[in-house]
Write a protein that binds this ligand. Structure first.
Ligand code: SAM
Length: 266
């Protein structure tokens, strides 16, 4: 997959993409990241990329032409068609489903705004989609672009050492992931739930599913409402709730019975 990023600070995204899974995806040839700086396409001695907004008011607005020329250069650098995404707080919220959709494409061009944003005419003419990474305002689109690059890169075939781990992540099946434990089994912060040490794969799968349902219900009730739970899932969730109310034998949350950490309910 190829991702082109149009940004006044393209090195910023290159830095973010240099480590861990994303860095490895690059090394393995699964992701090619290219930066384009609109300043390189700006004219005049000062290479201006911004101007004051018409109608007055604070801040500056990114000029059409340097961005348009950068987009043209990025498009022409590869014959495959590219979807142009403007990172914007006004865009559709980024979800794992959207990440999967983007990850399946051969090419993306990410446009990062700065200042008050980009001249609206450029957005109307050149942008296919606007994406937001949350209901807050960043000073630039670079962090948002880095988020998209990371989320998309890790879904490329061969990027993760164990592809199964992505399938089990939060949101993949509409639920949050179950809690995870590793060595040591016993610790002053609590013990590992006994079922995980049992070697009984069916029981472990059942426990994990119950934890996943339970924490989604506790932390993200909106997701539970949207998920179409099977009869078996509903039963597991009922068991989880009953245990939470002290009505069952099993430990309800990831919290070990004796001395474990407190669960963080939302
Ligand atoms: C200071 S913001 C401009 C905000 C704009 N005036 C508004 O209120 O919609 C500068 C740039 O940061 C990026 N940005 C800010 N918040 C973002 C978010 N939540 N998601 C994605 N990009 C964001 C956009 O590229 C935007 O053009």
């Amino acid at each position: 997959m190829r991702i082109d990023v149009i940004s006044l600070f393209p090195e910023f995204i290159a830095q973010c993409a240099a480590f861990g899974v994303v860095g490895r995806a690059g090394e393995r040839g699964l992701l090619a990241l290219h930066g384009w700086n609109p300043r390189d396409y700006a004219e005049g001695n000062y290479r201006r990329v911004d101007e004051r907004p018409f109608g007055g008011g604070p801040g500056m607005v990114m000029l059409i032409e340097p961005l348009r020329a950068s987009l043209k250069a990025a498009r022409e650098a590869d014959p495959r068609p590219a979807k142009v995404i403007y990172l914007s707080p006004q865009g559709a919220p980024l979800t794992q489903a959207k990440v999967r959709e983007l990850a399946a494409r051969e090419r993306l061009i990410l446009l990062c705004g700065r200042y008050e944003g980009v001249d609206e005419r450029l957005i109307q003419a050149e942008v296919d989609e606007e994406i937001s990474i949350g209901d807050y305002v960043l000073s630039g689109g670079e962090l948002a672009a880095a988020v998209v690059v990371d989320a998309v890169a890790r879904l490329q075939d061969g990027a993760l050492n164990d592809a199964e781990s992505a399938v089990q992540d939060s949101f993949e099946d509409g639920l949050l992931d179950c809690p995870h434990y590793t060595r040591p089994v016993e610790h002053e912060l609590g013990d590992v739930p006994a079922v995980l040490m049992s070697g009984n794969h069916a029981e472990i799968a059942r426990w994990r599913r119950m934890q996943s349902l339970g924490r989604t219900w506790q932390r993200r009730a909106d997701l539970i409402d949207e998920a179409s739970l099977s009869k078996a899932d509903r039963k597991l969730l009922d068991t989880y709730r009953a245990q939470l109310n002290g009505e069952g034998d099993e430990t309800p949350d990831a919290t070990p019975a004796q001395s474990g950490p407190k669960s963080r309910n939302c």
